[in-house]
Design a protein around this ligand. Sequence first.
Ligand SMILES: Cc1cc2nc3c(=O)[nH]c(=O)nc-3n(C[C@H](O)[C@H](O)[C@H](O)COP(=O)(O)O)c2cc1C
Length: 344
Amino acid sequence: MENLHTTYLGLKLRNPLIAGSCGLTNSLSNIKELAKKGVGAVVIKSLFEEQIHIEAEKVIKNNTDGVSTFSHAPDTILSKRIYDYDEAYSYIYDFAKRNTLGKYLYFLNEAKKNVDIPVIASINCVSNQDWHSFSKKIEETGVDALELNIYILPSDWRRSGEDNEKIYYDIIREVRNYVNLPVSVKIGYYFSSLAQSIKKLSECGIKGLVLFNRPYNTDIDIEKMELSHGPIYSTSEEFTHTLRWISILSGHVGCDLSASTGVHDHKAFIKQLLAGATTVQIASALYKEGFDVIPEILRGTSAWMKRHDFNSIDSFRAKLSKSNLENPAAIERVQFMKLYSGIE
Ligand SMILES: Cc1cc2nc3c(=O)[nH]c(=O)nc-3n(C[C@H](O)[C@H](O)[C@H](O)COP(=O)(O)O)c2cc1C
């Protein structure tokens, strides 16, 4: 095997392949298996702010004389009716919070004790409420870093881009004030000026940005005439969007870049590194191909490095980032002109 060592968020990794946060990183046996198969690090399934609210709703539901007070609550963070019970709710919310967080902290502790690769915790925040104190407790488990999974869908036409972005900065500031852990932020691509926003985020004292989270998407079932869910897993063609942005941003941001979405084999893995990624995260490939995809990616990468005479990741990383391209405009091309695509 060639030398695949790298540094991400200030942590030493045996290689840049990371098991991204997903349902498979939610079990100790899986985490041990992922480490055994060779990943450089693992990001634990996110603790969702929303999950705590749902737990609180469940407790309230079970304590209202069998009457399902909130059974028709929409699938949002807080049902509106819940505010009628302000005091009771805040008591129960506190209980649910301690309970849900307690389970997560226990799991992080176990994960850390059982593998010798870096373990990265992940929390999904939709507000800056509570996260600073949660983060402190997460730090105390001994995990190596914290990934903030923040995804604001800018669907509220009353909120400006600035309003939405402020949430990111507020969360990052709060968390950074409380922990010494390296912090990374995982984002989607809904920013009005993506390159500028990412640059600004990268200069907020975080150590890494994960580009991009692939959101849960909705679809429409035309027979039942109702909403269903879109494809849960990415396909191997989906890597190009991330590739473009890693290439554009590499060398221009103040932190590491971790590529996420659509990496299913060693070719896509190598492409993200050539574009400038510090590390690459995979999730769908683990579900679709199984954990053996890890040694396959690592072996394929080693063989490719050998063929091209590269003896370390650093010797080829960012070789094809925008700044290093002879024709940088090519990475920004978005129109199908026949001249470039060969298609009318
Ligand atoms: C079933 C499933 C669960 C996921 N859960 C989380 C999560 O809890 N937190 C998170 O940050 N990302 C989560 N993700 C997103 C993945 O980490 C990843 O960013 C996304 O799937 C794109 O990468 P991929 O193409 O390798 O799947 C999940 C993805 C899947 C498929």
